[in-house]
Design a protein around this ligand. Structure first.
Ligand SMILES: Cc1cc2nc3c(=O)[nH]c(=O)nc-3n(C[C@H](O)[C@H](O)[C@H](O)COP(=O)(O)OP(=O)(O)OC[C@H]3O[C@@H](n4cnc5c(N)ncnc54)[C@H](O)[C@@H]3O)c2cc1C
Length: 396
């Protein structure tokens, strides 16, 4: 039998969490090998945040993450904060801009973040092998043996950082879940998160007809509500309000949309009824919404679209105002893993040590990043989890 090359740590996945972990572990004196089947490392970092990588969020707290155990992420997030990552960037001469709600974007673009991850790996003498398929993992005599499309390799520590199922075109696979199952871990059912909603039938056609229109809403599903912009699309609903609620949504549930306006629409319609009684409801709504959306709301709301304000009773106006605060729409589904930014669910946290991300079943086996059942909101939270969980596993 030929000798297998041996390392202290093998990292599966050269994405955000894998590369970050490898740099840290290498700089702590470990001989680290990173394996990835993709031709290029960190492709999701590259395209993230529209090419500027929304690398963290200053409002990072455990309650901005979905998990069956909402406390699990606390330890890692407390020990590696957004400010730690900002300091690392500063040491590499990188700067950032804060945008909406604590979201930080890299001024030098996402390529600079990837270069920083590579530079940190170089400092730690990390070896990275791309275009390498992983065909099997075994655990024997306290070591992990990894069979690959190249040489077999072994190490005493195996860090699984192969991410979730989102965007298979970019190389996403269920490898992390397969390895977890192989070693006796439970998987919390996975589903696409941070993903646009699709609608069918008449409502789908109406949304398509106003595709491109955006408006501020509070979007709610059981357990969550988000005060964000909603975007109407050819396929249904997108924009931050839809993406955020999609992570909490389950098939068949309605979404409640509360359309946000500068003034109270009920009061404004009552005033308009006095001032311009011949105006139609649709026309009157144009004072509060983009014209195409005003037409759609008048059309789907509880009053006749062509009703003149003079004909509307105060009770009818109240009913219409109430509809605007709780417009129920039921998506047909979502665009699925094809476009989802993340995978909700994953490796059950009960099987992992929250301080080190190490398996409770197999010593030396760790799961980090998106493959774990910890999913962040939109806005830099998922990268912060990748950095923090990677750091936790490296501090052993
Ligand atoms: C379009 C888009 C935009 C995003 N924008 C943001 C953003 O701005 N801010 C934010 O916080 N989050 C963002 N995210 C989410 C974020 O990219 C992920 O949460 C994060 O990359 C997860 O890191 P990870 O290291 O766990 O997994 P990944 O970064 O997905 O890395 C996994 C790696 O494992 C490799 N791999 C997978 N299967 C195998 C296999 N079988 N064998 C070998 N290698 C394998 C992959 O090739 C990949 O390189 C975005 C996601 C998408 C899709």
């Amino acid at each position: 039998m030929s000798e297998t090359a041996s390392f202290d740590t093998i990292v599966l996945g050269a994405g955000a969490a894998g590369l970050f972990h490898a740099g840290l572990a290498g700089q702590r004196g470990r001989r680290v090998l990173v394996l990835d089947h993709a031709k290029r490392a960190a492709d999701k970092v590259r395209i993230s945040g529209g090419g500027r990588c929304n690398f963290t969020n200053l409002e990072t707290r455990a309650d901005r993450f979905l998990s069956q155990n909402p406390h699990f992420a606390k330890s890692a997030l407390a020990r590696y904060t957004p400010w730690d990552f900002i300091s690392l960037m500063a040491a590499h001469g990188l700067t950032y801009t804060e945008k909406h709600k604590g979201q930080l974007f890299c001024d030098q673009k996402s390529g600079a973040i990837i270069q920083m991850l590579f530079d940190e790996c170089d400092k730690g003498g990390v070896e990275i092998r791309l275009s390498t398929e992983v065909s099997g993992v075994a655990h024997r005599d306290g070591r992990f043996l990894v069979e690959t499309s190249g040489d077999a390799v072994s190490a005493e520590r195996l860090i699984v950082a192969t991410g979730g199922l989102s965007i298979p075109k970019m190389g996403a696979t269920g490898l992390a879940y397969d390895i977890a199952r192989q070693f006796g871990h439970d998987i919390v059912e996975t589903r696409p998160g941070l993903v646009p909603f699709t609608f069918s039938g008449e409502l789908g056609e109406k949304f398509a007809a106003i595709s491109g229109v955006a408006t501020p809403v509070i979007a709610s599903v059981p357990g969550a509500h988000f005060d964000e912009d909603l975007l109407f699309t050819h396929r249904g609903l997108s924009g931050p309000a839809a993406l955020q609620t999609s992570s909490y949504w389950h098939q068949g549930e309605p979404l409640s949309l509360s359309l946000q306006t500068k003034e109270d629409v009920g009061d404004a319609l009552r005033a308009a009824k006095q001032a311009t009684p011949k105006q139609t409801l649709a026309k009157a709504l144009e004072a509060h919404f983009p014209a195409r959306l005003a037409g759609l709301i008048a059309d789907v709301g509880p009053l006749a679209q062509e009703a003149r304000l003079a004909d509307l009773s105060h009770t009818a106006i109240d009913a219409f105002a109430a509809f605007l605060k709780d417009w129920r729409v039921t998506p047909m589904g979502t665009e699925g893993y094809r476009t989802a930014e993340v995978t909700v669910g994953g490796i059950a946290t009960g099987g992992l040590d929250q301080k080190t991300m190490e398996s409770r079943h197999v010593p030396g086996l760790h799961f980090i990043g998106e493959c774990v059942d910890v999913t962040g909101w939109l806005g830099g939270y998922n990268f912060q989890w990748a950095w923090a969980s990677a750091h936790a596993a490296a501090m052993l």
